[in-house]
Write a protein that binds this ligand. Sequence first.
Ligand code: ZN
Ligand code: ZN
Length: 343
Amino acid sequence: MNDFFVNNKKTKDISELRQDPVGRDWVVISTGRAKRPEAFKSSGTPERETPINLCPFENPKEHGNEVIKTYPLADGSGWAVQVVKNKFPIMEGQNCRAESKEGLYLVKDNAGYHEVVVFKDHRRSLAQLEVAEAGQIIKVYRERYLELSQKMCVDYILIFHNHGRPSGASISHPHSQIMALSFIPADVRRSLEGSRKYKEERGRCVHCDILEWELKEKKRIIFENKSFVAVVPYVPRFSYEVRIFPKTHQSYFENISDGETVDFAEALKISLAKIYHGLNNPAYNFFIHTPPAERDHEYDYYHWHLEINPRLNIWGGFELGTGGEVIDVDPDEAAEYLRGIKT
Ligand SMILES: [Zn+2]
Ligand SMILES: [Zn+2]
């Protein structure tokens, strides 16, 4: 913990998890990151690209990043992907003692791991990569997932990617992030709970039922191959949202086979390329929803998937007050449009 000053007053960094007693959601309080250099740069500027000569990911080690693993190019001529420890981690450490009480609140350590998956090229995002290159990145996700899931205090592993400033990407050089959290995020908890209840009531996987209907209707499918399908959800949370599912029931992302990583990479790359070309390279976030890494429970009722959320609208009062966007494009039309975009 470092000391720093606000208005000449010495303050301490806080890094802890606090539980909201109403919704029971855990919130990460991590104040040290405000000191990272990007935080002081205006996020309102139109500047979208980190200048290559200032880019910390051109040579991660030289820029003081702790490299966890380097993955070489197929021809051995250099590196293709590097996994580094986040220099300004949101969560850190293996200290996950029991929760304590502060007034009526539960508080616990903000333990965990925060890694960055750095792609080789400064300007080629996933939409521009070859399927084989994207496949290598999926395998890196899987490998890191499997390794982090063995560590202490890891309840949930979130794999996500920010593209463009409005998505939260402070460095434009393409990179994904992996956070091993010592709590289960609220959105994941809701998704697990809804899937569990549906299974309990009808004896089936809700996601399999959705896919069966989508594959029959065909209206909202933008791409499919042997093992994956990309759809604009009938009930999206963002305009032009795309979700990618394994076609057969698979609960856990990390169980993806080598062959499936290629099909998954193809579905992801093509979906992102359709968004890139069709919507003029908008900002987006994508993340994988898979069950918690803690295996005290079985989550066989869940069906892992990836969600791509284009950031086309600024969230205002309605969005924040209700937790979602007004979907201003008919999902059928959004899907028809994206389906027709050549990649
Ligand atoms: Zn770069
Ligand atoms: Zn299923």
